[in-house]
Design a protein around this ligand. Structure first.
Ligand code: SF4
Length: 211
């Protein structure tokens, strides 16, 4: 498989925010979101075998692993890797952009599906059938660039009863929307969602990789 980077950091997103995690970032993405902050992951990276990767993960000495990208589901090797990590007792979060079928993933993996809003420029590629393949432990994330994205997110959440079924995270697109603004809209509408700040960007201001 080709990975872009592996590092230990503080989880900055989802309901696991604040916990130490090992991040495995896969190379390659089938989208080009307007706000993408990991453009280096489109191409950069190196080949690594599953065995080597498992050894590297073990050396970090913690039990939480996030598989991310890019888009990790573009590489077939991710499925066997997920199975091996689950078998070894790791807690696995896998973040996907929601455009590819998730049904081959190990059921014990906690999926975080990023539903792309119109502002990203990629919202028409969402594979909506994935929502039927999630369970209560899985999470949904929306990255909000502006008020239009927020209104669209509310409509989609209602249409699919998302907040009744899953943890729903709303994240202001960094550099595009102030957290205060999104917080105000959530409070005005009494939404049962989590305001998702990319914690690592506040802890390590200006550092773009390895955090
Ligand atoms: S899905 Fe993620 S990695 Fe791919 S372009 Fe969008 S933000 Fe970037």
């Amino acid at each position: 498989m080709k990975i872009c980077e592996i590092f230990k950091s503080i989880q900055g997103e989802s309901s696991y925010s604040g916990l130490p995690f090992i991040f495995v970032r896969f190379t390659g993405c089938n989208l080009r979101c307007a706000y993408c902050d990991t453009t280096y992951a489109y191409e950069e990276g190196y080949q690594i075998s599953e065995k080597e990767l498992l050894e590297k993960i073990k050396l970090y000495g913690i039990n939480n692993v996030e598989i991310t990208g890019g888009e990790p589901l573009l590489q077939n090797e991710v499925y066997a890797l997920g199975d091996s990590l689950i078998k070894s007792g790791y807690t696995i979060l896998l973040e996907t952009n929601g455009t590819l079928d998730i049904s081959r993933l190990n059921k014990k993996i906690i999926k975080v599906i990023d539903i792309k809003c119109p502002g990203s420029g990629e919202s028409k590629k969402t594979e909506w059938n994935n929502l039927d393949k999630l369970d209560r432990k899985d999470e949904i994330k929306f990255v909000i660039m502006n008020r239009d994205d927020y209104v669209w997110t509310k409509r989609i959440s209602e249409k699919f009863s998302l907040t009744e079924k899953f943890t729903v995270n709303l994240s202001p697109a960094f550099k595009y929307l102030k957290p205060q603004e999104l917080a105000r809209w959530i409070l005005e509408d009494n939404l049962t969602v989590r305001l998702n700040l990319q914690l690592h960007k506040y802890i390590w201001k200006g550092v773009e990789r390895g955090v």
